[in-house]
Structures are given as structure tokens and as C-alpha cells.
Design a protein around this ligand. Structure first.
Ligand SMILES: [Zn+2]
Length: 100
């Protein structure tokens, strides 16, 4: 987990907000829930927080999908031309130790 980042204006805890640009890329930006101040884009999302950016499981956490729908993630790796960063995340999610 990433550490808490405080807003420079009102010192409350910044939240992350997902934004999708016209070209389809997604970024996570820090936003203050009180004053609306926008912070930096967060480029490195922890693996366990990363969500599927497209497809029928869009918005679901990769790590959750790896447990409940590993065959779908394997299908994505095999059949879709996905970015290397996503490919790496899916690979790591599939290799996580299975939880009881
Ligand atoms: Zn603020």
C-alpha cells in the first residue's frame, strides 16, 4: 500500500481518482475530497490495487480476477495484444500464492 498523502491546502487525506483520456489510457490522479485540489498523477499503482482497464471484467481488481477467473486472464495474455506493463501485472497476479 502507498502511504497517505496530505493536501497542501487543508491537510486532509488525498484520494485517488481514475481518469480516462480520449486516447483510452487511464491514469490515477490524487484529488483532495474537501477542497478539490488536484495532485500529481500516480504512475505506479500497487499490483493489488490495479484494476482491469477494459473488457467484460473492467474495473475488477486483477488480483481478485486471478483467483476467480484465472482462465480469463490467461485468455487475455494469449489472445490480446496488451501493453507490456499490463502483461507483467497479469503475470504477477496469476503467480500469486492462492489464498485459502
Ligand atoms: Zn484540500
Amino acid at each position: 500500500m502507498q502511504g497517505v498523502i496530505k493536501c497542501g491546502n487543508c491537510n486532509c487525506e488525498m484520494k485517488t481518482e481514475e481518469r480516462e483520456f480520449a486516447n483510452g489510457t487511464k491514469h490515477t490522479q490524487l484529488v483532495c475530497p474537501r477542497c478539490g485540489r488536484k495532485g500529481n498523477f500516480v504512475t505506479s499503482i500497487a499490483d493489488e490495487d490495479y484494476k482491469m482497464p477494459f473488457g467484460k471484467y473492467r474495473g475488477e481488481r486483477l488480483y481478485e480476477l486471478a483467483r476467480t477467473n484465472a482462465s480469463y486472464l490467461q485468455w487475455v495474455l494469449k489472445n490480446l495484444d496488451v501493453q507490456k506493463s499490463l502483461r507483467d501485472r497479469i503475470g504477477r497476479a496469476l503467480q500469486q500464492p492462492k489464498l485459502a
